[in-house]
Design a binder for this molecule. Structure first.
Ligand code: ATP
Length: 582
């Protein structure tokens, strides 16, 4: 398939704000492509060449791409930098230069999607000394064969600027349209996606007409499952009203991990499904030593001192993220993983089993919560037969310093990728009506007065609307930052400034600079209120929801945009706060 066809589809997608139209364009594109490249089309359309959990990065900064453009079109680096300053987009710079080149030369060969994909794959494989030069050479070769439109998108890949609002929900809808001409297959396709987190793989199978694929899709070790999420209630009574007799698990405030074993290979994935295996050599060793050929389980990892019976903070645990000195940190910060779900064991996919059966498998693999053996131990859990029992367990766990509880419906399957009432969380903080929201930064304001020096006066942030894929604003935050945090934040935002409002941001407020919506932060606030200015969960009457006295409470690097608090959740939190704690 000619790459030009893909570039033309990108161009159309970029020009339309209508998600319905984007879905139609993308489904037509899939239909017109040979089935075996549909996976590649999906990856490329999301600015990548593999599912996110593979962690494959093209790894070329703006500086190198500028070098490649200069060399492809015979300009100096300074000249390209100047053009970039004027245009604000390297894709447009390359397109302009490719256009003038076309007028003076006739030798443009045809690029195919496969060719471009393979070139990007080759870029990711370069490492060590001389790798940047090799990457630039590959990019220059691509640009030498590219038309103006192709050059625009080729350049946007390595700079991470291929943002067209083509998120997972749109691609899922497009696939359903391909199969059924409407949205009716969406749920089934989404289920397959939730089980493997690989949209390219799902697309490739669907487009190849593998009829049984959707029905037979099962969990596979080393392909992470999209995590189940918890709903919230604000009292033990409300939980018991919903679930009746239920399991009540301790809610630990650590790092969620999904651990996979497939014979000799162990991989660990974060909540965002990034590979974090290298941070946990001790856990890898322990999982390898377990007498199972294959396993997938989930748990919450915390730093824990057995002698002191004390947990350490999430921040301390994150120090393991440092690439070096892991062995040393292992000694200083002994880890414990509170395993809370078993999803796969020795070839059997347990995701459709009721929770209680999965829990039994978990305990038969790792012993009881009180066993003091090994670093992997089941979470502390009780079966509650009354609201009172839930309340007592909650009080006991929060007194012991834990965050709260998660009640679990005994009969529910694992609800991959969905926030459902199969799990209901009750946190200590809900009692005082101080909860937090994980929101996406969409823009920032320049500083005035004291802050002029830092060129930073606060941020505009929003919730993720799962239905539309848009970010809807709910807070303008100017406090809660230390001076260091402000300059740090300013530096991070600088790298993702967008020349205009990103298509998938819905906002009435115009910040001084828009940014690509990709950084998630935790916001503390006093209450949720209705607002005519903010667009979160906006009703037909034009009333949105906003946070009163919002303040920065930390970064949520473990969350991607799709994991941010959704508009629907904010609406529910608003409703819960009006009801008050029972
Ligand atoms: P929060 O910010 O409250 O942790 P979240 O948005 O990260 O919430 P939720 O689905 O709302 O995620 O809450 C479930 C989270 O609680 C899980 O992602 C997991 O990290 C953590 N957790 C701690 N203990 C447990 C447990 N026993 N069972 C399930 N999840 C647990």
């Amino acid at each position: 398939m000619d790459f030009l066809v893909l570039a033309q589809a990108f161009e159309k997608i970029e020009a339309t704000p209508s998600r319905l139209e984007i879905t139609a364009i993308f489904s037509e594109l899939l239909k017109s492509a040979p089935p075996d490249i549909s996976g590649k089309l999906v990856y490329l359309s999301q600015g990548s060449i593999a599912p996110a959990f593979e962690g494959i990065d093209l790894g070329m900064g703006e500086k190198f791409v500028i070098g490649a453009i200069a060399s492809a079109y015979g300009y100096s680096r300074q000249e390209i930098e100047k053009k970039f300053k004027n245009e604000g987009d390297l894709g447009l710079v390359a397109a302009g230069l490719a256009e003038s080149k076309r007028q003076t030369s006739l030798s443009v060969s045809t690029l195919t999607v496969e060719h471009v994909y393979d070139a990007f794959l080759k870029i990711t494989k370069q490492s060590g000394a001389g790798s940047q030069a090799a990457k630039i050479k590959i990019l220059v070769e691509l640009l030498n064969s590219a038309s103006a439109l192709e050059a625009k998108y080729i350049v946007r890949f390595p700079t991470g600027k291929l943002r067209m609002g083509l998120g997972d929900p749109t691609i899922l809808d497009a696939l359903s349209r391909v199969v059924a001409n409407d949205k009716s297959k969406r749920e089934e396709i989404e289920r397959a996606y939730n089980l493997c987190s690989d949209l390219g793989f799902v697309a490739m199978n669907i487009m190849s007409g593998r009829d049984e694929f959707l029905k037979n899709m099962k969990l596979t070790p080393l392909k992470p499952i999209r995590p189940a999420l918890a709903e919230r209630e604000n009292s033990a009574e409300a939980i018991f009203d919903r679930l009746g007799e239920c399991a009540v698990d301790s809610k630990y405030d650590g790092l969620r991990m999904q651990v996979h074993k497939d014979r000799g290979i162990v991989e660990i994935y974060s909540r965002k499904l990034e590979k974090i295996t290298a941070m946990f050599p001790d856990i890898v060793r322990e999982v390898k030593s377990r007498p199972y050929d294959s396993l997938i389980f989930e748990g919450e990892a915390l730093a824990y001192s057995e002698e002191e019976g004390k947990y350490f903070s999430f921040q301390q645990l994150m120090q393991r993220k440092r690439k070096h000195g892991i062995g040393e940190k292992e000694g200083e910060l002994p880890l414990i993983v509170h395993a809370f779900d078993m999803l796969y064991i020795d070839g059997a996919d347990l995701t459709s089993f009721p929770y209680i059966d999965r829990r039994r498998k978990l305990e038969s693999a790792f012993g009881s919560a009180t066993s003091r053996q090994g670093k992997i131990r089941p979470s502390e859990m009780i079966i509650a037969r009354s609201a009172d029992e839930i309340e007592r367990f909650f009080a006991h766990q929060t007194r012991a310093g834990l965050e709260g509880i998660i009640a679990k419906d005994l009969s529910m399957p694992y609800t991959a990728g969905a926030r459902k009432f199969a799990w209901i969380k009750l946190k200590k903080s809900y009692g005082d009506m101080v909860d937090t929201i994980d929101a996406v930064i969409v823009g920032f304001f320049k500083g005035k007065g004291d802050r002029a020096r830092l060129d930073f006066g606060g941020i505009l942030a929003g919730a993720y609307n799962k239905e539309t894929g848009n970010i809807e604003t709910l807070a303008r935050i100017g406090s809660g930052f230390s001076e260091d945090e402000m300059s740090d934040m300013r530096g991070q935002l600088e790298k993702i400034i967008m020349p205009k409002k990103p298509e998938n941001v819905v906002s009435e407020i115009v910040p001084d600079k828009w940014v690509a919506p990709e950084i998630v932060i935790t916001i503390a606030y006093d209450e949720i209120t209705e607002s005519p200015m903010h667009t979160c969960a906006r009703t037909e009457k034009g009333k949105g929801l906003a946070l009163r006295f919002p303040r920065m409470a930390g970064m949520r690097a473990d969350k991607s945009v799709f994991d941010a608090t959704t508009s629907e959740e904010v609406r529910r939190m608003y409703a819960l706060s009006k009801k008050g704690r029972a």
